[in-house]
Design a protein around this ligand. Sequence first.
Ligand SMILES: Nc1ncnc2c1ncn2[C@@H]1O[C@H](COP(=O)(O)OP(=O)(O)O)[C@@H](O)[C@H]1O
Ligand SMILES: [Mg+2]
Length: 224
Amino acid sequence: MAAILQTEDLTKSYRIGKIDVPALRGVSLAVERGEFVAIMGPSGCGKSTLLHLLGGLLSPTSGSIVIDGEDISKLSDAKRTEIRRRKIGFVFQRFNLFPTLTAEGNLKLAERIHSGNGGGDAAGRREVLRLLKLEDKMHHKPLEMSGGEQQRVALARAVINSPAIILADEPTGNLDTENSAIVLDMFRKLNKEFSQTIIMITHNPEAAAVCSRTIRMRDGRVDE
Ligand SMILES: Nc1ncnc2c1ncn2[C@@H]1O[C@H](COP(=O)(O)OP(=O)(O)O)[C@@H](O)[C@H]1O
Ligand SMILES: [Mg+2]
């Protein structure tokens, strides 16, 4: 079976003044369609850098990244952005919701960015919000919701355009135990019931335990 995502000897250095700071030192990995993968490792080992490269938010210093059959490593920023909008759903530790828009408004905005026009329909949005147990929060703004509810809206926004892959950077990092459990349950449901491919960075062993596989990183490399 072809991997939905594959990297080959991926490196990334950040330039600070005249110094190159290596963050990734050669990462080769493959993720199959329908996998739910945890990425773990100490702070500063390159987890976020890797996730941002996989999602096309950054371009690599060297190496290749193939997503759903497309090599994004040598594309222009504009082309990479286009592929990101089509194929990737991001969930961040800070939920990054639009504060002045309701839950449904945040989904509509994501649909508009994805399709370049109106996009989506009310029934589809209601269905996603129902799936994430947010029907009664549809017309609420972020500040009128708990952290767990806000993160579920962020998850709804990530899946509304049926992305090939969801990339999540410490999605439960700002949540208490109860809300973490609810959000993780939703990730697991999306993976099990819809075979949604998910890659999630986490420090939490309980979060990693719901995944089908854990990739461990250290000092810019994947630990064998
Ligand atoms: N924008 C940046 N500019 C310079 N250095 C960065 C930048 N982002 C990350 N780094 C450095 O790259 C390394 C890896 O960072 P990061 O990918 O954020 O690790 P993690 O997510 O595992 O904590 C760290 O040494 C960090 O200081
Ligand atoms: Mg990080």
